[in-house]
Design a protein around this ligand. Structure first.
Ligand code: PAF
Length: 280
């Protein structure tokens, strides 16, 4: 596995790959890798000649400096996992090399996708995500890029970025990977205390219960149900939203053939967890 630290090194590699007509699969990550990331990697290695993974804790997408500081960094372990998974190259850039003019985001308009849910609670987050992903796409020019559905809103935004800028990369969504008790895999899970790790399974339980509840109840009643269920736990619900899968607009009534999802953000002590589930 090739280790790259400088954008120029990536550029040279990409020129070489393109001239030999190799297809490039790209998996962007912020490290602290788990089986969820590895499922993206596996899909990429099976669909492309060459798989490149980036590990970069992108400062511009953190609206909370404490969160950025505490974000787990496990570079050595990550590199070993990627090597075992058959990754061809890993890109570990410095912030200075990607943001030579200072850590600023570009401002994007994603037709309102950016204003829902995470956008309401994490101001500037998606500008930061789109800024870094756009930089990576320009540099790496992947044929396919892999994004997990756990960050469903992020996935929709990247799809919109590609559409608006007419980029030639195919965005491949990958299903959420869960622990055996249902907790969605996340790099943040490693910061949970044993008690909170246990309590966090409530997120999946409540999402699943909401899905069943919605079969016989209204959207509004289901939202109230979720709030009540959270009140019985030691988690703090930040939001529960039922939204259209494409527009991400909250819905109050279900239309025929409309695909909808339930979205949750909740705090386990100071650790913010998100999850989502198709509701039909
Ligand atoms: O999902 C993530 O890990 C990040 O938001 C991403 C896509 C790597 C951009 O920093």
């Amino acid at each position: 596995m090739i280790l790259l630290r400088k954008p120029e090194e990536v550029q040279n590699l990409i020129t070489e790959l393109k001239s030999s007509h190799k297809s490039i699969g790209f998996v962007p990550t912020m490290g602290a890798l788990h089986s969820g990331h590895i499922s993206l990697v596996n899909q990429s290695t099976s669909e492309n000649d060459f798989t490149l993974v980036s590990i970069f804790v992108n400062p511009t997408q953190f609206n909370n400096p404490e969160d950025l500081k505490k974000y787990p960094r496990t570079e050595k372990q990550d590199a070993a996992l990627l090597e075992t998974a058959g990754v061809d190259a890993v890109f570990l850039p410095s912030a200075e090399s990607l943001y030579p003019n200072g850590e600023d985001s570009e401002h994007f308009d994603f037709n309102g996708l950016e204003n829902q849910m995470e956008g309401k609670f994490r101001s500037g987050h998606f500008d930061g995500v789109a800024t870094i992903v756009q930089k990576f796409f320009k540099l790496i020019q992947p044929d396919k890029a892999y994004f997990g559905e756990k960050d469903f809103q992020q996935l929709r935004i990247i799809q919109e970025l590609v559409k608006q800028h007419n980029l030639s990369v195919e965005i491949v969504p990958v299903e959420i990977k869960r622990e055996s008790d249902g907790l969605a895999m996340s790099s943040r899970n490693m910061r949970l205390s044993p008690e909170m790790r246990n309590e966090s399974t409530e997120i999946y339980r409540i999402l699943t219960a909401a899905k069943s509840f919605l079969k016989f109840n209204s959207i509004q009643k289901t939202k109230e149900f979720v709030k009540k269920e959270f009140a019985k736990t030691n988690l703090k619900l930040e939001y529960f939203e039922i939204a259209d899968e494409t527009s991400l607009l909250p819905i109050s009534e279900l239309k025929e053939n409309q695909k909808i999802r339930g979205f949750i953000a909740a705090f386990a002590e100071d650790i913010r967890l998100i999850d989502n589930m198709s509701l039909n």
